[in-house]
Design a protein around this ligand. Structure first.
Ligand code: FAD
Length: 410
């Protein structure tokens, strides 16, 4: 009998495991993947994740990786430096096979955590109407085994088995907005200051009015270069995804000047499987963290930060329950409320739910203000990085407040 079984051992699962283990709880951490291995994801993260990495004792290892410090966000709708938080004023872009390995190895070293990789969880076990454990297929075996715990945590991504079998209710759904592809280029000159850069374009040959590219200087002298289109052009794009990716980059002189004649190293990969949703993240004997609990389009770069911050909230609430300070039900309710307060403003902005709640003229004025007022631009970048509470920027009241204050001042 473990205190917690965690399904999924990447950023959400390994972080949650370490946060619970440091409080003395016993953890079984299971993942079907072999490590180190990549996961379909570009990989910029901000100071909110660095703070959590410090807390779980892996920050030095993360900073020791040869990745450039990205000090500025240069997006079509906002440009400003990242603010300093706890002495750190930069984002990083580190390939996930290298990054995910660090907390996972820390879990393997921890005396309270038992790690099994290449081990697929095949189902949940139940005790009346509460989840009591998992069924899993150990590495190299055809037979199933079972393990029991006080709580089973699904850190098993957007198609979460734990969410599905526990019946986690889904809400605030928004169909996929874009399809994104990416590849790596070597020895691309760095911009100055080194930035998280994105530019908007179109791709007329597949009738995509909306397309965008992003350039993220990454570890090992690689630069991650992405290209994506509105979701309804995904099928047309993937008929020749490499050709369309390269043709798309050609539409952007700002990107091509940097890439020159360089060819992408390795394959171009991507997906249009990017539905947006939240799930109720806790119930009797189970909880969800990371993409399993909230999935959204990556264009605002929220996934890894949401995963690490939610891991902190979940571990605090489980500790309150296990230590007798709260009932399981209250801890689950509080985790749900705190998680949503933390990630919902950026979720709503990412999925255009916020824009739909604001008068169009007010939204246009907000965009103009962002271009003209460096303080507003700074606040939007700080909110994106969770250096300030995003609710101070990305709610209808906050947007309307900033626009009216500018009118009064102007
Ligand atoms: C194209 C793209 C670009 C992105 N770019 C960024 C970005 O730049 N920055 C950012 O912050 N986020 C980005 N994201 C989002 C980011 O990848 C996710 O938010 C993040 O990986 C979520 O972490 P996680 O630990 O919840 O899930 P994952 O990293 O997906 O890990 C889930 C783990 O669960 C395991 N698992 C699943 N089912 C089972 C099972 N039945 N049994 C055992 N193990 C199981 C899997 O093997 C996997 O290892 C991007 C996503 C995509 C698709």
């Amino acid at each position: 009998m473990y205190d917690a079984i965690i399904v999924g051992a990447r950023i959400a699962g390994a972080t949650t495991a370490l946060l619970l283990a440091e409080r003395g709880y016993s953890i079984l951490l299971l993942d079907k993947d072999r490590f180190p291995s990549p996961v379909m994801s570009t990989h910029v993260f901000f100071t909110d994740s660095l703070d959590v990495f410090e807390r779980i004792g892996v920050l030095d290892e993360v900073l020791a990786i040869d990745a450039p410090r990205l000090t500025r966000m240069r997006f079509p709708y906002v440009e400003s430096d990242f603010p300093e938080v706890n002495g750190r004023d930069f984002a990083l872009c580190i390939r996930r096979d290298r990054l995910d390995e660090i907390p996972l190895r820390a879990c393997e070293r921890h005396p309270n955590i038992e790690v099994h990789t290449e081990t697929r969880v095949t189902g949940l076990s139940w005790d009346a109407d509460r989840v009591s454990g998992v069924r899993y297929q150990p590495r190299g075996s055809q037979t199933e085994e079972t393990a029991a715990a006080r709580i089973v945590i699904g850190a098993d991504s957007r198609h979460s088995l734990v969410a599905r079998e526990a019946g986690a209710e889904q809400y605030d759904d928004v169909p996929a907005l874009f399809a994104w592809y990416y590849g790596y280029f070597r020895d691309v000159p760095r911009d100055e200051p080194v930035s998280v850069y994105a530019a908007r374009t179109s791709l007329p040959q597949i009738e995509a009015e909306y397309a965008a590219s992003f350039v993220f200087p990454s570890d090992d002298n690689l630069t991650l270069v992405g290209f994506g289109v509105q979701r309804d052009r995904f099928d047309a794009f993937r008929e020749d995804h490499r050709g369309n990716y390269l043709a798309g980059l050609q539409t952007l002189p700002s990107v091509m000047e940097r890439l020159g004649d360089a060819e992408p190293e390795g394959p171009i990969i991507g997906t249009g499987d990017l539905a947006n949703f939240l799930r109720v993240p806790a119930g009797p004997g189970w909880a969800l963290v990371g993409d399993a609990g909230c999935h959204k389009d990556p264009h605002t770069i929220q996934g890894m930060g949401d995963a690490t911050r939610s891991a902190v909230l979940l571990s605090e609430e489980i500790d309150a329950w296990f230590s007798g300070e709260k009932s399981e039900q209250d801890a689950g309710r509080d985790y749900h409320q705190r998680r949503d307060a933390d990630l919902k403003p950026m979720y709503d902005f990412t999925t255009n739910r916020l824009q739909a709640q604001v008068d169009e003229e007010v939204w246009d004025a907000f965009q103009t203000l962002t271009r003209e007022d460096p303080q507003v631009a700074r606040a939007r970048v700080a909110a994106t990085a969770h250096a300030i509470d995003p609710a101070t920027v990305y709610t209808p009241e906050a947007v309307e407040g900033m626009v009216s204050a500018a009118k009064v001042a102007g």
